[in-house]
Design a protein around this ligand. Structure first.
Ligand code: UT7
Length: 339
């Protein structure tokens, strides 16, 4: 009873780019990338694939797993930093059309790699206030399309893909639920907003003609810059703190957790988080060896893989936790599949 995850789905593109493939054109090696990140390969969106096509496929699989029809969905929240269009229409609306979720409102949410947990929290609020309604929450990225493939310190980190879940609330319609058992922390540290930046927004002022009319924008390639060390330090400190704070708030301890779904950014970050939480690494879901960092898609892809592998069972105590550009951070503690 109450708010529940009804089904999960994910999609990874067929095309795979290995570290050796990258080393053919960049001054890097498989050994360096693996030893510094834990990544061996990543999936890359192929021709005709976009953030919306991957998101729709993950959404379709989640609907199928949940046994829910597209027209039953009342809201789609799609977390992405690599939308089909910049900035509109939202990728969520494109996906709404693709899936035929004709009764759903739809919007994108941008909180970088922490975006899925932010999106889940918005959807949780929606189904909490509108019992009987269902929401589709998606994290989807094609970040490999916006990377600087000549920058060896950033392009090696990312991969493409999408993950989704269907959220429902079977309380009687019209009665706001009080049965929500999950606890969430959403946070940000804007002082670190320059740590991970992709240029190309409206901050870049246009040049003006003498008449005062803006000249057409010069078509310059947006750039992605990453202060790796600073992000690393923030991540290690923040992931364990958020997970511990969630446990403290609910009067439980990290040792009682069955699984931690941490954002897959760097294997060394996850190892350090496990050490800080005094938990064995085996409690952390790890897939970045073959997916790399799929940003907002990373947590829902992990959840779906765990569900389909039979490793996420009803009643398990789990924490999802992420961080990203902004800097953002977020975590949710729940007893699977209840929220
Ligand atoms: O979702 C959030 C997204 N971002 C992140 O999570 C990033 C977090 N940060 C990291 O994962 C790590 O900081 C990196 C993997 C990005 C970098 O690892 P690092 O151990 O912090 O390396 P470094 O930046 O200190 O670089 C060490 C050396 C440098 O050479 P010099 O200056 O010592 O001669 C780099 O130029 O390694 C060099 N280097 C590389 N060498 C071979 C950097 N990238 C590469 C590469 N291959 N791909």
């Amino acid at each position: 009873m109450g708010i529940r995850i009804l089904g999960t789905g994910s999609y990874l593109p067929e095309k795979v780019v290995t570290n050796e493939d990258i080393a053919k054109t960049l001054d890097t090696t498989d050994e360096w990338i693996y030893s510094h990140t834990g990544i061996r390969s990543r999936h890359v969106a192929g021709e005709g694939e976009t953030t919306s096509t991957m998101a729709a496929e993950a959404g379709r699989r989640a609907l199928e797993a949940a046994g829910v029809k597209p027209e039953e969905i009342g809201l789609i929240v799609l977390a992405t930093s690599s939308p089909d269009y910049n900035p509109f229409p939202s990728t969520a609306c494109v996906v709404q059309g693709m899936l035929g979720c004709v009764n759903a409102g739809a919007f994108d949410l941008q909180a970088a790699c922490a975006g899925f947990i932010y999106a889940l929290e918005q959807a949780r609020g929606f189904v909490n206030f509108y019992p009987g309604k269902k929401a589709l929450v998606i994290g989807a990225e094609s970040l490999t399309r916006v990377l600087d493939w000549s920058d060896r310190s950033s392009c090696i980190l990312f991969g493409d893909g999408a993950g989704a879940l269907v959220l429902g609330n079977d309380e009687a319609p019209g009665v706001a639920s009080t049965k929500t058992t999950a606890h969430t922390i959403l946070g940000a540290d804007g002082k670190g907003s320059h740590f991970i930046v992709r240029t190309g927004g409206t901050r870049e002022a246009p040049k003006f003609a003498e008449s005062g009319v803006p000249l057409p924008a010069a078509v310059e390639r947006p750039e992605l810059t990453l202060m790796g060390h600073d992000v690393f330090a923030f991540a290690v400190k923040t992931l364990s703190k958020v997970a511990r704070d969630l446990c403290d708030t609910l009067g439980t301890s990290p040792e009682e957790l069955d699984r931690v779904f941490a954002h897959q950014a760097n294997g060394r970050i996850i190892e350090a988080t496990a050490r800080r939480m005094k938990l064995p690494l085996s409690k952390f879901w790890l897939n970045l060896e073959t997916t790399a960092n799929t940003s907002a898609a990373s947590v829902p892809i992990s959840l779906d893989q765990a569900v389909r592998a039979g490793e996420l069972k009803d009643g398990m105590k789990i924490v999802m936790v992420g961080f990203g550009a902004g800097l953002t951070y977020a975590g949710t503690y729940c007893t699977w599949p209840n929220l």
